[in-house]
Design a protein around this ligand. Structure first.
Ligand code: NOJ
Length: 559
């Protein structure tokens, strides 16, 4: 029997601070701006805000490169503002979950500045330094996630340091106990301030293959994706359990780890009451459109069946384990409407359908800012308009591989992380009400139509649909079914339908959705009762047949 916790019924809302709301009109979102919008979030019904990093940072990767864990970046505000956000959140029953980035720091962090200063510096071993090969080249053929060698040469001490991500994000050496202890102290410092928990960044990269040998290349390319040498390496479990023991386990919090590539058999080690974390982000379903080679321009088709399998197979594990981390979007992903729905069909019905199918699975739902109003991808005219380092790298490598500028830009349009990072669309005034000056990243052209104000004014808006879904989860007769109920498969192999049943103490509901734009007739083998929520008026049922219109999603109580 699952032990009940304060966050079981919560819905988590992710704020990407740079793009949420600019309270001081410098073109960049800030912490005070989040406080200004807390009532909006309370009204939506969320219980926790996951805040992407606000620590002091040179912003090479928009805050995922931290130069001081104990300070807030001036762009975002001050320590006082952060304390105020926690306090104002508490007043509204909203807890703050901060981002914890401990695989790497910025190269401008004092530890790294000291580490690179000389081979004998006491902090030298805080990072991973290796000699060049005899010919002066990098120690091995590992390729960083953002492209190019994962090694950067430092002329001062004539050694290379390792960076899984950008060269301004050197990897910490987790083999060094002093590093680990300093990190744990920092985690506890923040938890003592009353956070609701942490989202833990890139944590499955902390253990390296300490032989640092070359990875085998399967495509004759010089560099090989670093995952084989740094993702989920043997022995990582020791670090993760030590982290939990020294920090998380001492507090009544919720933790969610970014953990690509954890095999399903291992989910129980990583999540649930006895896992290293409470929840785990899995990416199989959200990266279905990314080809094996990771290049955005490589076309990759996916099917509804693959999408369902990715989600449902984990649901079966969560039946015994606890909760999944349910999401379609975050700051690293394009908008879900563009990814999953044909362009001409993007609209209210399809957005509400997507919301329904992921929200009622077994787990804690996450909403990414703007998803609740149906925000869509941006299509900037030039690569110069993009800020995201991975977009720029993908663009350059497409050009190097012989693509035209237009083709390279097309791939960026589809996959850029800036799709999710364009400013939040609050209203139809200039710059979408995000700021009064030029924003750090261009606003989507469609802001006059797609914005919070319009959504608030229209009763059947996407926003109001999200509110109803959250209300159903938190406050209805079906709350326990939605939160604790078992996932049961339903029409799993159907090529057009996304459906499942949830059951708790003999009470059941059925989620039934038409994933496409054609009318469709579905024969139900169960007796349905009242409609709990739907994106159309009056779902039509005769005998046990349901007629579903384009993108119709309906949730029934089951007798
Ligand atoms: C994952 C974060 O979500 C992403 O935005 C970041 O670039 C990398 N980790 C590196 O910290």
């Amino acid at each position: 029997m699952l032990k009940k916790r304060w966050w079981d019924k919560s819905v988590i809302y992710q704020v990407y601070p740079k793009s949420f709301y600019d309270s001081n009109n410098d073109g960049i979102g800030d912490i005070k701006g989040i406080v200004d919008k807390l009532d909006y979030l309370k009204d939506l019904g969320i219980g926790i805000i996951w805040l992407s990093p606000v620590y002091k940072s040179p912003m090479d990767d928009n805050g995922y490169d931290i130069m001081d864990y104990y300070d807030i970046d001036k762009q975002f505000g001050s320590m006082e503002d952060m304390g105020n956000l926690i306090k104002e959140g508490n007043k509204r029953n909203i807890k703050i979950m901060m981002d914890l980035v401990i695989n790497h720091t910025s190269d401008e962090h004092n530890w790294f500045i000291e580490s690179r200063s000389s081979k004998s510096n006491p902090k030298r071993d805080f990072y991973i330094w290796k000699d060049p090969k005899p010919d002066g080249s990098a120690p091995n053929n590992w390729k960083s996630i953002f492209g190019g060698f994962a090694w950067e040469y430092d002329d001062n001490t004539k050694q290379y340091y390792l960076h899984v991500f950008s060269k301004k994000q050197p990897d910490l050496n987790w083999e060094n106990e002093e590093v680990r202890m300093k990190l744990y102290d920092m985690v506890n410092y923040w938890l003592d301030k009353g956070l609701g928990g942490f989202r833990v960044d890139a944590i499955t990269y902390i253990k390296k293959d300490n032989t640092f040998k070359n990875l085998e290349s399967t495509n004759n390319e010089e560099l090989v994706n670093i995952n084989g040498g740094s993702l989920n390496q043997k022995g990582i479990e020791d670090f993760l359990s030590e982290l939990k023991k020294n920090t998380f386990s001492k507090y009544d919090i919720v933790t969610v780890a970014e953990a690509p590539g954890i095999p399903r058999e291992k989910l129980k080690d990583y999540s649930g009451a006895n896992g290293f974390f409470d929840l785990l982000f899995e990416f199989e379903h959200s990266d279905l459109d990314v080809a094996e080679d990771g290049k955005w321009y490589t076309p990759k088709k996916w099917t509804l069946q693959e999408f369902k399998d990715a989600l449902f197979k984990s649901q079966e594990v969560y039946n015994d384990l606890g909760f999944g981390a349910l999401f379609l979007e975050n700051h690293d992903q394009p908008r879900s409407l563009n990814k999953f729905i044909k362009e001409s069909d993007i609209g209210q019905a399809s957005a509400k359908m997507l919301a329904t199918i992921y929200f009622l699975l077994k787990g804690i739902p996450f909403i990414y800012q703007g998803e609740e109003i149906g925000m869509t991808n941006v299509k900037y005219e030039s690569i110069e308009d993009y800020n995201d380092i991975s977009s720029i790298d993908q663009y350059n490598s497409a050009i190097n591989d012989g693509l035209s500028k237009e083709e390279a830009l097309e791939a960026v349009h589809r996959r850029s992380r800036d799709n999710g990072r364009s400013p939040m669309q609050w209203d139809d005034s200039k710059n979408s009400g995000f700021t009064e000056v030029e924003p750090w990243l261009k606003v989507n052209n469609n802001y006059e139509e797609i914005n919070v104000k319009n959504n608030l004014e229209s009763e059947d808006s996407i926003l109001n649909y999200y509110k109803n879904l959250i209300d159903l989860r938190r406050n209805s007769d079906y709350s326990d079914v939605i939160v604790y109920g078992k996932y049961i498969e339903f029409m799993e192999d159907d090529k057009n339908i996304f459906a499942y049943i949830r059951e708790y103490e003999n009470k059941k509901l059925l989620v039934l959705a038409n994933f496409y734009g054609e009318n469709i007739k579905v024969k139900l083998n169960c007796n349905v009762d009242k409609v709990l929520i739907s994106n159309y008026d009056l779902t039509s049922i005769s005998n046990d047949e349901v007629y579903l219109r384009p993108y119709e999603a309906v949730v029934f109580g089951v007798l």
